[in-house]
Design a protein around this ligand. Structure first.
Ligand code: NAD
Length: 457
């Protein structure tokens, strides 16, 4: 399909972005009402390999969902999905899917590498579709702001792919934080020290000077999409390993941050940070080649957020650790004698501490002090099905963009800080810039490849 261009000047694009416009989403628009009346959601899956295969299964399991169209740039993934969905129409190009499916679809899920989230989700929202978009919502801060605003303005149903946020564990943690179980919160420590991640997909580079002909089953031009073109090379981009590269992924904190932040962000009702600063793997910092192309294999990012009635002070410091950076030993020891969860959040309060292991139930510490603390009665909830039901007229989704957009922005500000290590960046959220660092401002958005400029509003 011929590349279609959606142009919007950089100045106009940025001028549409202000926090003030991000309020709560409207409930239903006319498109949703049609789906609600029919009690059937006609859905399209964009990206059906990797996490996309999981997402497809989740949507398929809902009795009110009809997956009518599927799209993937890799014919092997598309074929596998078509075998379980023989009636779904198949596409290689998501633009063609959106154009041809038109009114035949109500919703899409966007489960492709991060660099193409915005283009697909923004265009789908522009067409009035409900959108389930994988985390992190977008590749860049400015994209998140624009997508959040577009979703709110269009009144469509949205859900960020933070499926753990709907689980009992995270929802319990949110209740405990809001209810003041550990008193006023003094400090937060978040981490993702996932074993084997470095060997498996946090590659060091450099990328090979030349390239190879892509395999016949892969449309490399469409895989690249909005990013700068580069020669195809096996084993380092598609699948999964694109995460290592700045053009495609969002660094370790961008990759996992939305999961680990979610309960903390929601529980504390955090707003845009005041400052952010990063310390990174020394070998990466010392290598101009690596700094220009890949993400560090280890990060320690510190945000200072405005405090509120749930925090002890007028500011709250939140630290993130990944790779070889770990939360301080004395913090880990609060989980007395037990193995500290590799991916978790720990909140230190005036009356105790709260540990939220990723995907598990939260623990109040010291355990003895809180042994009689009552668990809230919460029902199980499926993040995907909650989205479907919202599209059919049900209650608001857990991670709609008005909720998860500002959180994703804060996380991606950390990703910007990685690129200027050691600099304390002051953030002006309304103006969408760092008044004290022109270099960092360059990393808030990017130029799209010719023919792939995005933006219609
Ligand atoms: N929520 C979670 O727990 C979770 C877990 C893993 C991945 N993810 C997210 O899911 C997304 C995909 O990650 P992954 O690990 O599955 O990557 P992957 O590379 O394994 O799979 C991506 C899939 O999308 C297809 N694809 C790539 N570009 C496409 C395009 N332009 N149009 C259509 N299809 C395209 C690929 O062929 C492949 O089938 C990422 O945003 C990632 O952050 C979320």
């Amino acid at each position: 399909m011929k590349a279609q261009t959606y142009t919007l000047s950089r100045r106009k694009f940025l001028s549409t972005l202000t926090t003030a416009a991000i309020t709560s989403p409207l409930l239903l628009d006319s498109t949703a009402s049609v789906a609600a009346q029919n009690r059937k959601l006609n859905h399209a899956c964009i990206g059906v390999g990797g996490m996309g295969w999981h997402d497809l299964q989740q949507f398929k399991q809902h009795s009110n969902v009809e997956i009518v169209a599927i799209c993937d740039v890799d014919a092997t993934h598309l074929k596998k999905a078509a075998e379980v969905l023989p009636n779904a129409r198949t596409y290689t190009d998501w633009r063609e899917l959106l154009q041809k499916e038109g009114k035949r679809i109500d919703s899409v899920n966007v489960t492709v590498p991060d660099h193409n989230h915005f283009a697909i989700a923004y265009r789908a929202i522009g067409e009035g579709k409900h959108v389930y978009c994988q985390k992190p919502m977008c590749h860049d801060v400015a994209e998140v702001r624009a997508l959040t605003q577009a979703a709110v303005k269009a009144g469509v149903i949205t859900q960020l792919g933070t499926q753990i946020a709907s689980g009992k564990g995270d929802r319990t943690a949110v209740q405990w934080i809001k209810g003041g179980a550990i008193g006023k919160v003094k400090h937060a420590y978040l981490c993702s020290n996932r074993p084997a991640a470095i060997e498996n997909y946090r590659l060091v580079g450099p990328r090979p000077a030349g390239g190879q002909t892509p395999p016949a089953h892969l449309n490399w031009d469409l895989w690249i999409g909005t990013a700068p073109m580069r020669p195809y090379s096996p084993e380092i981009y598609h699948p999964v390993k694109w995460r290592a590269w700045q053009d495609f992924g969002t660094g370790w904190s961008g990759d996992i941050g939305c999961h680990i932040f979610d309960a903390v962000w929601k529980g504390l009702g955090l707003k845009a940070p005041k400052t952010v600063v990063a310390q990174v793997q020394q070998a990466w910092q010392d290598s101009p080649e690596r700094r220009g192309d890949t993400w560090p294999q280890g990060d320690h990012i510190t945000w200072v957020f405005p405090g509120n009635e749930l925090t002890e002070a007028t500011e709250l410091t939140l630290e993130w650790f990944d790779g070889a950076f770990y939360p301080p030993q004395q913090i880990q020891e609060l989980f007395s004698g037990k193995e500290y969860p590799a991916e978790s959040a720990m909140l230190i309060g005036t009356e105790g501490a709260l540990l939220i292991p990723h995907g598990g139930m939260p623990v109040l510490l010291p355990e003895n002090k809180f042994k009689d603390y009552k668990l809230a009665e919460l029902s199980e909830r499926n993040h995907y099905h909650h989205f479907v039901e919202a599209c059919l007229g049900g209650e608001k989704t857990e991670s709609h963009f008005a909720q998860s957009g500002p959180m994703t922005e804060a996380i991606l500000l950390g990703t910007v800080a990685l690129r200027v290590p050691g600099k304390v960046l002051e953030w002006d959220s309304d103006k969408m810039k760092f008044p004290n660092d022109a270099q960092a401002n360059q990393y808030l958005n990017r130029s799209y490849r010719k023919g792939w400029q995005v933006g219609r509003f």
